[in-house]
Design a protein around this ligand. Sequence first.
Ligand code: GLN
Ligand code: ZN
Length: 763
Amino acid sequence: MTTIHNLGFPRIGARRELKFALESYWKGAFSRDELTALGAQLRKQHWQNQAGLDLVPVGDFSFYDQVLDMSFLLGNLPERVQGFHGDALDNYFRVARGRSAKGTEEHSACCGGVAAGEMTKWFDTNYHYIVPEFTAPTQFKLDASRLLAQLAEAKAQGVRPKPVIVGPVTYLAIGKAKDDSNKLALLERLLPVYAELLEILAKQGVEWVQIDEPILVTELDADWQHAFNTAYHQLKAARVKILLATYFGQLQENAYLAANLPVAGLHVDVINDRDGVQPLINLLPAHKVLSLGVINGRNIWKTDLTAVLDWVEPLAQRLEARLWIAPSCSLLHVPVDLNSEQKLDVEVKSWLAFALQKLDELKLLGRALNEGRAAVEAELAANKAALDARRASPRVHNPAVQAAVARISSDLGRRESAYAKRAPKQSALLNLPVYPTTTIGSFPQTAEIRHARSEFKAGRLDHPGYQAAMRAEIERSVREQEKLGLDVLVHGEAERNDMVEYFGEQLEGYAFSQFGWVQSYGSRCVKPPILFGDISRPKAMTLEWITYAQSLTDKPMKGMLTGPVTILNWSFVRDDQPRSVSCKQLALAIRDEVLDLEKAGVRIIQIDEAALREGMPLLKAHWKEYLDWAVECFRITANGVRDETQIHTHMCYSEFNDIIASISEMDADVITIETSRSDMELLDAFKNFQYPNEIGPGVYDIHSPNIPTQEHIVQLMKKAAERIPTDRLWVNPDCGLKTRQWPEVIAALANMVSAAKALRASA
Ligand code: GLN
Ligand code: ZN
């Protein structure tokens, strides 16, 4: 018999119930009891949704983040929140979100302002966890109350529970030593707490515990490999069976290690590492369970069930009851229920599976393996028909687009001349002062803009009315920028709900869900557009707005586009062709937009690549391949223009050392980056690389309502000038201003412009 199980279920709710409950609770509109009752209700719902599986995850539900839950379970609270007098859940949210000092709440006098825990991406997903904090003296102390309460609930509901926790080595690896001490030295103190937990779970009658160790799919040095041996040899005395779960990648050099750890079972991600399975089975001791993640937990496509069965049936014969099957990873990374979608294109919808549909697929595979394919013949035939239809659909395949991709040559991504030759032509045409000032693109998204957009979408505002509303907003932005005395203006992005969705909606080959939300962090969700077919651009996407904005002013107006790599990285993408091919299609489509803007007289065009860095593969060994095609796609998009046209790009991160060579190859005339919080230190990467083109290092943090002073900006720019020649420096904020209020924006930019004037005067 093959066992079927799940690694984790989305917790946000099919209608984002958890999001709304959390936000009400934080505002004080929802009581603690109401929030906890909603949590219990969601868990019950989700366990019911998973009925029919042999083992169901417990403990995967979280009010904010499973890694933060782990920190509380291990008693590893940042020092700044220890000794809090208030409620434990309240303290949990203090770490998750921070708390300002001026609160009027209870305990604000004794335990007032506290900084939020740092947040970072969970492996290569778009989910963000709260980074565990360590120092050399960190101690751990078990608090299993939350997990045990969920376990008791599950048992009361007749669920066959499999508690899920983050493993000790991954927990240390993804945390941060605040004092730069050696995190691994803490392992010794950490393991007894895990052992104690496993013993308590055994006493509760738990048979299997899933311990997530996704760090096994990254390159581990000898010390970290050794930590795995230490950890699991120490935990092997436990009276529960451990299923060690790995996902998101390939075990590669860690395969031998993973296969031989003294645990009862191992889960691997077959979507990412099918080729690794046979060799792994050869390494696996004969008593061990092997759980194969055969359903993609990261995308929204139907599984090819027949193909999975063709592959897995011989393994089932060989492994017999030792074979388990599951999704590749927790279903946290996919939306809940496709059946909620009422407006999705029916044809596209027939190709998709969200979390609930993926569980149905899993059950079908289980039946096929345990009872024979004949037992599910009709379902397999329906699945095959849907997949065949997708493969053959003209909606997916556009021969003209494929031919255009095939014709791509290296010339397509090359500028007419090198930067040194085109820069003087651009400055002759643009006639900008030294230290030119600009912004990153968006201006405040006011309530009126949002209202106009939603009225237009709902059909209550006609096109002329909508256009007039957007034009009014563009005009307002232009007038404000002129008054401020900025040198290069933007139209303000009023018409954009989101920098990816806006383009996706206008491209052929994209579909949009209504409820396809995926948790990004805490109560925040994203609804990635679905890239399902070959990409083409039926008509210009931004031209109307940019040319209107340019018509209002003599100052140069910067055209504003989102780059292909960012659009790709923030979408659900096709599984029937490499990411690089989809990206090239996007590149060609946006290239046409660039050329249309140029033809219409736009002299500066910015192509944002905010997500270029986050698409980096988990294995360093794969970085080069990714960066090669990502850079090529940017170049295809940008570099068809004449020497005189100035290309900008924008990236909001604070780590460039790994990618500086690639950024240089992108060959944008100007790159604007986020630097203010690093005190310009990250410009060292550019300096050391002798980055040849222009740079606009962000001079203030747009995430904060604080108004930067002129002096502070001047100081920062002087630090920048120690690293980059002044004739190649721009002055701009860190990122777009869409989340700010107009009065803040005006005050901050006024200081920025006067700082630039002061710098010019002293230059
Ligand atoms: N042009 C976009 C804006 O200003 C860039 C946003 C981003 O980099 N995330 O909002
Ligand atoms: Zn940005």
